[in-house]
Design a protein around this ligand. Structure first.
Ligand SMILES: [Zn+2]
Length: 329
């Protein structure tokens, strides 16, 4: 009886709360591709990642009980099902496109609610590590949202509407053309979905030359940073679209899951293709850590060669590549 009362009061407060966010072209800036198609990730029981954290904050924002810990357990399933039931969505406990579109709510300066924590948590992980996740939309959050919007070809309003939510959750840009463009975006999406892991550091160094930041820069149409130690030139380079297209094909065409340790960053031989934005290093393929010659290492190298790589190094052909694989285009 009490449970029924609780759910009906939640449903009521939710219904009278935030209306569904509609796509609003005014949220895009002049550099954006017209009428972008929104895609959303799917998270479900057993998943454990950043996107689950966002879903949990948004379920809390809707008044539903769930711990925000990034692990999609049965309590998250129960809250997701309650939310879906409240909004006449198919009740499956899986957060996909229809649930995301109803979960996101407009937040802006002065907002103080769990949805603001979701925005801050995403900004902290997508844009600025120093941001405090307070749940209060203050001046720093306004500034960082505006900067993030500018980077992703959104109008710098500081207001988080549907497109800004989508850019934050999917880590996408709306810029048309630009840099590594769509291949970089597909690789980032694969990273977010877990089929590729882009390391977020450069062997313990944190200054934006890591694979994850390299790909984010490329997706946003910016040059990628190289490192500033060893032989590295401490400069920036636009990642080759040929490199990005072929890295994406290693996933889509060959079905490899892999861990990327370097793109433009880290120290390599002088004149390395890494410094030209043309090479990638991986140290794990399909869950197998590269350590000496193996069938997996050879399969990867063969795929790079078949995709027209200009350099392919690994344990079976180079003494300096016993613990990682290198392909350049
Ligand atoms: Zn390499």
């Amino acid at each position: 009886m009490w449970k029924i009362l609780l759910i009906s009061s939640l449903a009521t407060s939710c219904m009278v709360g935030d209306p569904p966010l509609e796509p609003d072209e005014a949220e895009l800036d002049l550099r954006a591709a017209a009428a972008p198609v929104l895609t959303w990730p799917v998270v479900r029981l057993g998943d454990s990642n950043r996107t689950v954290v966002t879903a949990q904050y948004l379920l809390r924002d809707a008044g539903l009980p769930v711990s925000v810990d990034g692990a999609f357990r049965t309590d998250t399933v129960a809250s997701a099902r309650s939310f879906q039931s409240m909004h006449d969505l198919p009740v499956d406990g899986v957060i996909g496109a229809t649930s995301w579109a109803r979960l996101v709510v407009q937040v802006s300066s002065g907002s103080s609610r769990a949805a603001v924590s979701a925005v801050q948590d995403l900004l902290k992980n997508r844009y600025d590590k120093s941001l405090d996740v307070s749940g209060v939309f203050g001046a720093t959050t306004v500034r960082l949202v505006s900067e993030f919007q500018t980077e992703r070809c959104l109008a710098a309003t500081g207001v988080v509407g549907l497109y800004t939510w989508n850019a934050l959750i999917v880590d996408r840009t709306y810029c048309s053309g630009g840099g590594g463009g769509s291949a970089a975006q597909r690789i980032l999406a694969a990273h977010n979905a877990g089929s590729i892991t882009l390391w977020d550091q450069t062997f313990g160094r944190f200054y934006g030359a890591d694979p994850l930041t390299n790909l984010r820069d490329a997706a946003a149409g910016r040059a990628a940073k190289t490192s500033c130690y060893g032989n590295a030139p401490c400069t920036t380079v636009t990642l080759s679209s040929r490199l990005l297209d072929n890295v994406d094909r290693l996933r889509t065409q060959y079905g490899f899951r892999f861990f990327v340790t370097a793109v433009a960053g880290a120290t390599h031989a002088a004149g390395s293709y890494h410094y030209a934005g043309r090479a990638i290093d991986v140290d794990e393929v399909n869950g197998v850590r590269i350590s000496g010659d193996s069938a997996t290492a050879r399969q990867w190298m063969a795929a790079c060669a078949a995709l027209g790589a200009v350099e392919v190094f690994g344990p079976n052909n180079d003494a300096a590549h016993q613990d990682h694989l290198h392909c350049a285009w």
